[in-house]
Design a protein around this ligand. Structure first.
Ligand SMILES: [Fe+2]
Length: 191
């Protein structure tokens, strides 16, 4: 068994996921996780690992939308994914899908937070002619406060994530925007 890489994550996900929007979401969360790894001073190998976790985090969602996070182990253990990584992925459902694992590491807390936050960034980018280019934290904060905007993205969950991380909202938002900007083409959000 070796540490999960982004390349490996990209091989595994299509075995369980077919819907385009789920791949786009995987790419967005992976991109944001890479920027969070940078924020926490991780090296290139560890950054790749965080991105891989982001890529795979919703591996069981399409097949088990009502039992999300409860089928991660059965999908990933046979692929040789380490127990620690499986637990990291499961923990993003804490308080949401009835899993016991609580996000503990910076990586897990980051995943918990950016999962929903990337949705708001994505929705906001879609309504800007310049998409992700030049997006500022200040304007994203306004969208965050407007509960009717991207109403499906749970603000309370994201706020809980900020608290878990012990970081200001703006810090995480900046990382999220930056990570997604670096993958704008892939996300279909380039100008
Ligand atoms: Fe997700």
């Amino acid at each position: 068994m070796s540490k999960l890489t982004l390349a490996r994550a990209k091989e595994i996900l299509p075995k369980h996921v077919t819907e385009d929007h789920l791949f786009t979401h995987a790419a967005a969360v992976s991109a944001a996780m890479g920027a969070m790894a940078d924020y926490f001073g991780q090296d290139a190998e560890e950054k790749d690992h965080w991105e891989a976790i982001g890529w795979l985090h919703d591996v069981d969602y399409e097949k088990y939308p009502d039992e999300h996070c409860h089928h991660v182990r059965e999908f990933l253990a046979p692929e040789g994914v380490e127990e620690e990584d499986i637990c990291a992925i499961i923990s993003h459902g804490h308080g949401l899908t009835g899993v016991d694992q609580e996000p503990q590491s910076d990586m897990e807390k980051s995943l918990f937070t950016v999962d929903e936050l990337t949705g708001i960034v994505h929705a906001y980018a879609l309504m800007r002619p310049e998409r992700l280019t030049g997006m500022e934290v200040k304007s994203l904060k306004k969208k965050f406060k407007d509960k009717r905007f991207a109403a499906g993205c749970n603000r309370d969950v994201i706020k809980r994530g900020f608290e878990m991380l012990g970081l200001e909202a703006g810090v995480v938002m900046e990382a999220c925007i930056k990570g997604m900007q670096e993958h704008a083409e892939e996300l279909g959000l380039a100008r």
